[in-house]
Write a protein that binds this ligand. Sequence first.
Ligand SMILES: C[S@@+](CC[C@H](N)C(=O)[O-])C[C@H]1O[C@@H](n2cnc3c(N)ncnc32)[C@H](O)[C@@H]1O
Length: 255
Amino acid sequence: MGCAVILRAMTRDPMAARIQGQIDAPASKRRYVRSLFGRIAGRYDLTNDLMSMGRHRVWKRLALGLAEIRPGHVVLDLAAGTGDFAIRAAKNAGASTVIAADLTWEMMVAGKSRPEAEGVQWTQCDATDLPFPDQSIDRVLVGYGLRNFPDLNWCIGEIRRCLTPGGRFVSLDFGRAEPEWLDHWYLKYLDVSTSVAGWVLHRDVESYRYIPESLRQYPAQRGVTELMQRHGFVRCGHIDLVFGAMAINFGQAPG
Ligand SMILES: C[S@@+](CC[C@H](N)C(=O)[O-])C[C@H]1O[C@@H](n2cnc3c(N)ncnc32)[C@H](O)[C@@H]1O
């Protein structure tokens, strides 16, 4: 069974095409993503640690540092999942109000049950329609979220609308590696490793195959920088991690 999973992933089996078909259009992508995270919520934190070998903690600390959170700030952890950024913002960075917002109820239930999550406010919402007034949030943090949004361009506009003048937006996500040959093999590696992880952890090969397939559709760090600039963000840039396989995007609302 294990070898079959690896071989099928290497040859880009029909599963890849099926996932692409589901995430091609905004409405079906939203449905697909919500159902996927609903299924894996219970083991999400464990999987995150195993798949990144704990490195996501280091990258999140780096992203949080770039956000420069100060006491008194209102911080939004968007696509918060189990609230990693929100918890860090509340505990270590001293923000006065920390909101964790996510589309998937099951992810937030897992987050709320974490003892460290005390003080975090949870709200279920879609990044395409944020329930916050204009210029009401000082910092927006997104961890592994942008790639999942049904309409990325629209969502970046929503984030910009909610930010106070001078407010910062920082995102950590998978990226596209450089040079091109490395990116090719990196995606192949993801095809295989996510298939195996899905099978081992959930007996569901498809659950993590979504990662490389969503990455193939995602404009990645360079595209996100361009979108941010188009929405009027200033001081935009990105930091490549692991040859660009991971990346942190950042930018600031003018003012
Ligand atoms: C990979 S998890 C990331 C969780 C957490 N931020 C982290 O860094 O580990 C992606 C999260 O994005 C959420 N999500 C996907 N589409 C969304 C949307 N349109 N609006 C809000 N959250 C969304 C999912 O429900 C899921 O919890």
